[in-house]
Design a protein around this ligand. Structure first.
Ligand SMILES: Nc1nc2c(ncn2[C@@H]2O[C@H](COP(=O)(O)OP(=O)(O)OP(=O)(O)O)[C@@H](O)[C@H]2O)c(=O)[nH]1
Ligand SMILES: C[S@@+](CC[C@H](N)C(=O)[O-])C[C@H]1O[C@@H](n2cnc3c(N)ncnc32)[C@H](O)[C@@H]1O
Ligand code: SF4
Ligand code: SF4
Length: 347
C-alpha cells in the first residue's frame, strides 16, 4: 500500500504502488486480450457475422508490452494473454518473448495463454522457450462434426495436434469446456475420462450472457450444480484446495485420479475473491468481466513516455472496481447483461 495515500487519501499514488480495490482485494492478475479477431466463431461467444475492430485502432505490440509491464510494476504476478484468438495476432511471439523478461527477473510468477489451440502446433516450441509452463486450451467436444458445428468451421485435428505439440515440449495443458445444454451435456463424462487419461486437468465453465449471439442463451445454459450432481452419481468427487489463481474450484475424481474444475459465475458467484482485471487490444481497462464500466489507458499511455500518468489512471480505475457481476440468464431477459462479446476481454 502506498503510505502517502493512507496519510492523504487524495494524494496521487506513486508509480509502482500495489493495486488494492475498494473491497480490499489485491489485484495481482492481468488478462490481456491481444486481438478481438478469431479464426473460429463459437456459437456461444460470437455471432457468425461479426464486425471486428479496424487495425488502426489496435495498440502496437510495443504499446501492449508497455501497458502490461506497468501492471507488473504495480504488483501483477500472473499475466494471461487471450483474445479473440491470441495466436492469430500478427507477430504475437515478439510480445510474448519480450514479456518473458519479467519471468526472468522474477517479477512475474506466470506468463500463460488461453487459446483455441488451432495455431498451437506452430507456436508450442517457442512458447516453451519463452517460459510458458502451462496453458489452457478451450475445447467443447471431442467429436469432429460437433466441433465444426460449435466453432462454425474449426477442425478438431488441428487442435489435437496443438495439444500434442504443447505436451511434447513440456507445456502442461488444461482443457476448458463451456457446458452447453443439448450440445455436450451427454459427452462431459467421456471428455473428462479422456482428459484425465492423458494427464490433463479439465475445467467446466458456465455460459455467461455477454454480447449478442445468433442463438438463445437460455437454450444453451446448463447449470454446473446439475452437472456436478450428475457426475457425483457416477463418480466420487472430493473437494481439494488446489488453486491456480483463477476462478475454478477443483475436485479430484477418485475413479480417474484427475482434477476437475468448476467455473460457476451463475450458480456460485466467486467475485468475493476476485484478484484480476483485463485490458483489451485498444488499451481499455475493464475492471470487471461482468460490468460495462471501463477506463481508457491508451490516452495516458500515449500522452508521455514516462509511466506516471498511466499509473495514476490505473489507480483511479482500480478505485472503481465493482463488487461483482449482475449476470442473469432466463427467459424474461432477452438482452445480454453486458453488451460486449467475451472475445473483447478474452473471458
Ligand atoms: N465471471 C468470471 N468468469 C471468469 C473470470 N475469469 C475467468 N472466467 C471464466 O473462466 C474462463 C476460463 O478462464 P481461464 O483463465 O482460461 O481459465 P481458468 O481455469 O480460470 O485459469 P487457470 O485456473 O489459471 O488455469 C474464462 O473464459 C471465463 O469464461 C472472472 O474473473 N469472472
Ligand atoms: C473468449 S475465448 C478467448 C481465447 C481463445 N479464443 C479460446 O477460445 O480459448 C476465452 C474463453 O471464453 C470462453 N467463452 C466464450 N464465450 C463465453 C460465454 N458466453 N460464456 C462463458 N465462457 C465463454 C471460451 O470458451 C474460452 O474458453
Ligand atoms: S471462444 Fe475463443 S475460439 Fe471461440 S469464437 Fe470465442 S474467441 Fe474464438
Ligand atoms: S465477474 Fe468481475 S468481480 Fe466477479 S470474478 Fe469476474 S472480474 Fe471479478
Amino acid at each position: 500500500m502506498d503510505i502517502t495515500r493512507l496519510l492523504d487519501p487524495v494524494a496521487p499514488a506513486s508509480f509502482g504502488s500495489e493495486m488494492i480495490d475498494p473491497f480490499g482485494r489485491s489485484i495481482t492478475y492481468l488478462r490481456v486480450s491481444v486481438t478481438d479477431r478469431c479464426d473460429f466463431r463459437c456459437v456461444y461467444c460470437m455471432a457468425e457475422d461479426m464486425t471486428f475492430l479496424p487495425k488502426r485502432d489496435l495498440l502496437s505490440l510495443e504499446e501492449l508490452d508497455r501497458l502490461a509491464s506497468c501492471f507488473v510494476e504495480k504488483g501483477v504476478k500472473r499475466l494471461r494473454l487471450t483474445g479473440g484468438e491470441p495466436l492469430v495476432r500478427k507477430n504475437i511471439m515478439h510480445l510474448i518473448r519480450s514479456l518473458s523478461r519479467h519471468l526472468e527477473s522474477g517479477a512475474l510468477e506466470e506468463l500463460t495463454l488461453t487459446t483455441n489451440g488451432s495455431q498451437l502446433a506452430r507456436f508450442a516450441p517457442e512458447l516453451a522457450d519463452c517460459g510458458v509452463r502451462r496453458l489452457n486450451v478451450s475445447l467443447d467436444t471431442l467429436d469432429p462434426d460437433k466441433f465444426r458445428q460449435i466453432t462454425r468451421w474449426g477442425e478438431l485435428d488441428k487442435v489435437m495436434a496443438g495439444i500434442r505439440a504443447a505436451q511434447a515440449v513440456g507445456i502442461r495443458v488444461k482443457l476448458n469446456a463451456v457446458a452447453l445444454k443439448g450440445f455436450n451435456e451427454g459427452e462431459i463424462p467421456s471428455m473428462i475420462e479422456w482428459a484425465h487419461g492423458e494427464g490433463i486437468d479439465f475445467t467446466l465453465i458456465e455460459t455467461m450472457p455477454l454480447g449478442e449471439i445468433d442463438e438463445d442463451r437460455t437454450d444453451q445454459y446448463l447449470p454446473l450444480s446439475k452437472v456436478r450432481a450428475d457426475l457425483a452419481d457416477r463418480w466420487t468427487l472430493r473437494d481439494i484446495p488446489y488453486r491456480t489463481g483463477g476462478p475454478a474450484r477443483y475436485v479430484e475424481v477418485a475413479e480417474t485420479g484427475g482434477r476437475l474444475g468448476f467455473i460457476t459465475p451463475m450458480t456460485h458467484n466467486f467475485c468475493e475473491s476476485c484478484n484480476r482485471v483485463r485490458i483489451t487490444c485498444t488499451g481499455t481497462l475493464f475492471m470487471c468481466l461482468g460490468q460495462e464500466d471501463a477506463a481508457d489507458l491508451r490516452a495516458p499511455l500515449r500522452a508521455s513516455e514516462g509511466n506516471e500518468l498511466l499509473s495514476n489512471a490505473i489507480d483511479e480505475a482500480i478505485g472503481r472496481k465493482p463488487k461483482g457481476h449482475d449476470f442473469v440468464i432466463d427467459r424474461t431477459t432477452r438482452k445480454p447483461s453486458v453488451s460486449r462479446h467475451m472475445s473483447v476481454t478474452g473471458g
